[in-house]
Design a protein around this ligand. Structure first.
Ligand code: FUB
Ligand code: ZN
Length: 679
């Protein structure tokens, strides 16, 4: 990131929005200062934990304990529990993610006032750390003798993972060690508890794996990589640690786990802990199952370990899991995890539009996973998925003003249906100011402010450009520098201005939407058969200053979906470049399901909007006609506005359809939306 300065108008504006609006807004939310928003309790918990810690040092202090029952994820304030932990068990992570976003933002744009606020937050966090290095406000406040007794559900290692990622970002941005040292103390404590203590547990919610890999990279201390591998290697071992920690009697251990029977794996005769991806040893996992965020966080950690230690069997498992997602469980918007039940992956091709869960965090996790795979193998399939999730599902998660967010990202919304049906209560037709479970908003903030990390990657000889985002990139003394000039919202022309210092290869991605392109190298056209193309990247040998222009044909296109996706039979979506488009009621009137693209829709693009020729099904009924009865052609006399009538082919009237980018939907009030339209 420190080498990449984004100059792209579109993405720079998003980063500026995060810096100027989202980060200050979220700090208010973490401190429960946003009117009418769900309370966070996050900083409150840290403050209380800090006070308790202080009291612990006073002579004669008697520890006060509050219950931490199993199966309880949310601790709502009661009348007599003013000093207890409030909120979800993973509430600590909200400030860690915020801090991470602050770190990246400071790298892009120094801001002493923001840094001072972050320093204050760090002091509050540090004060909550126990003397032995342990840090989690739920246990620090309620009962520190119960730590690590409920790995399956209580998220202490998940909180550690986010602390670690936040600390590293902040340290890299400011050079200040305080929060990194807090993290190292906690990591050392975890190492001694698990590895030295011989406890074969692993996180119920993954992320510690990839965070520890990052900590290893940052500190050079191998024990953190060892700890990450320890967690990955013990996951899925029998007897399941989640049974062991619950002291489930041996005979009971293979009974069905409620709600998980759907995942019964005949071959392996196992049906438990899919939710946590702990049903099988990770190297045997071939299908992405269970809670989607957990899944992609685990796979990202596995990919890190595979890359850092050259573990081929782990890499193979990652490849299979990635392909399973990309080929069978991925929405066109890059969303994953189609079911609200368990916020989970479901069966192959099960991609409902209106009931889609598609948590913003899951799409972000998919970006982490894809990027790690890309770093092992420069294969365009990884970059394509990464870009799809970024430009669509993730970006849709945040309002244009940065002050409200989607957790769930459906592809079709009818507010009337949502308001009339409790089953759909999880789908929100407009973004929310905050959430009791507020994992997504700060996750979006940290991703957008760290976007510089995803544009290129490099190895000794080659610079790979993945995202076509305008930026200035310092490639160092070994290579030189690169300026990418692009603006995909405008056109598909992407210029690579290379300043050569030493010879290297430049690899340029050919995205799935840009397979038709022209190359002009230093003013001369290059024929396709002269290009060196491997796995969707064109390779150029750079031995002097160069200007390489790729003109990708970028135009609105109609995209079909596999016929195996039941929901989309007879429908298609509209895209332009990486952007998925959608219809909104505000432009097209209500009952979007009555709209259809014409056979020759003549899609035109102007100022970010696509228009097309379409049709609207006539709903005029015979009861609107004379006498109210269908007596035409010797008709049967039925009322045509009855729910059921004799079938008659649809008739249409021509209409203009207006498509807007999916990421921008629901910025003009509550209204119907659909990505897929009849064709
Ligand atoms: O469990 C922590 C976070 O809360 C998960 O990642 C989200 O899916 C939400 O359940
Ligand atoms: Zn989330």
């Amino acid at each position: 990131m420190s080498k990449v300065k984004i100059t792209d108008e579109f993405w720079k504006a998003e980063q500026e929005l995060v810096r100027t609006e989202v980060i200050p807004y979220q700090w208010d939310a973490l401190n429960d200062n946003v009117k009418d928003a769900a309370p966070s309790y996050c900083m409150r918990n840290f403050r209380i934990a800090g006070e308790v810690n202080k009291k612990r040092k006073e002579a004669g202090y008697k520890e006060i304990k509050y219950p931490i029952p199993r199966d309880k994820w949310e601790f709502l304030p009661g009348n007599s529990e003013n000093d207890t932990f409030h909120g979800f068990v993973f509430q600590d992570t909200d400030v860690y993610k915020w801090l991470e976003a602050v770190g990246y933002s400071l790298m892009n744009h120094p801001d002493p006032e923001l840094e001072a606020t972050a320093d204050r937050a760090i002091d509050i966090i540090e004060a909550a750390q126990l003397d032995n290095g342990y840090l989690d406000t739920l246990y620090a406040i309620n009962d520190k003798d119960l730590i690590f007794t409920d790995l399956r559900d209580k998220h202490e290692l998940y909180c550690f993972g986010h602390l670690c990622e936040g600390a590293i970002a902040y340290y890299r941005a400011t050079g200040k060690r305080k929060i990194l040292d807090v993290t190292i103390r906690f990591a050392d404590f975890i190492y001694s508890w698990f590895v030295e203590g011989g406890i074969k547990g692993y996180p119920g919610h993954e992320i510690a794996e990839m965070a520890l890999a990052k900590l290893y990279k940052e500190t050079g201390n191998k024990k953190y990589l060892e700890l990450a591998r320890y967690f990955v290697d013990h996951r899925g071992e029998q007897p399941y640690y989640f049974d062991v920690e619950r002291a489930v009697p041996l005979g009971e251990r293979n009974k069905e786990q409620l709600g998980e029977v759907v995942f019964y794996d005949r071959e392996e005769k196992t049906l438990r802990y899919h939710y946590n991806q702990a049903h099988l040893p990770v190297r045997k996992q071939k299908e992405a199952v269970g809670h989607a965020v957990r899944g992609v966080y685990l796979y990202s950690g596995m990919a890190d370990i595979a890359a850092m230690s050259g573990d081929e069997s782990l890499k193979k498992a990652c490849e299979e899991l990635f392909d399973n997602i990309a080929d069978k469980k991925l929405y066109i918007t890059g969303g994953i995890g189609s079911s609200q039940a368990g916020e989970a992956f479901t069966a192959a091709y099960d991609l409902p539009n209106d009931m889609a869960y598609n948590e913003s965090c899951a799409a972000i996790g998919l970006i982490f996973f894809a990027y790690r795979m890309l770093n092992m193998d420069a294969n365009v399939k990884y970059a394509d998925v990464m870009e799809r999730a970024l430009y669509n599902c993730v970006l849709a998660g945040m309002a244009k003003d940065g002050k409200s967010f989607f957790y769930v990202n459906p592809l079709e919304v009818n507010p009337k249906r949502i308001h009339g049906d409790e089953r759909m209560g999880f789908v929100k037709p407009v973004r929310q100011k905050w959430f009791g479970c507020a994992c997504c908003p700060p996750n979006i903030a940290r991703l957008i402010s760290s976007l510089g990390d995803y544009i290129i990657s490099e190895d000794k000889d080659t610079v790979y450009t993945h995202l076509l985002i305008a930026s200035d990139i310092d490639l160092g003394d070994e290579k030189g520098s690169l300026h990418i000039n692009a603006e995909l919202t405008r056109d598909g022309r992407v210029e690579f201005d290379v300043k050569h210092r030493k010879d290297f290869k430049l690899a340029v991605r050919i995205p799935y939407w840009g397979r038709s392109f022209k190359v002009i190298r230093n003013g001369n056209p290059v024929e396709k058969n002269e290009l060196d193309i491997k796995a969707g990247y064109m390779y150029f040998d750079i031995s002097s200053d160069e200007k390489i222009v790729i003109d990708y044909e970028i135009k609105p296109v109609i995209v079909g979906c596999s016929p195996l996706v039941q929901e989309n039979t007879g429908k298609a979506a509209v895209m332009r470049g990486p952007f998925v488009y959608c219809l909104e009621e505000v432009d097209n009137g209500e009952n979007l399901h009555l709209l259809k693209l014409s056979d020759n829709p003549e899609l035109t693009y102007e100022n970010g909007v696509i228009t097309a020729n379409g049709m609207r099904v006539n709903t005029q009924t015979d009861s609107d006609m004379e006498g109210g009865r269908d007596t035409e052609n010797g008709g049967d006399g039925l009322y045509r506005d009855n729910l059921y009538n004799e079938y008659k082919p649809e008739t249409y009237k021509p209409v203009k359809l207006t498509f807007v980018p999916y990421y921008s939907w629901a910025n003009r009030g509550e209204n119907e939306m659909t990505v897929y339209v009849r064709v």
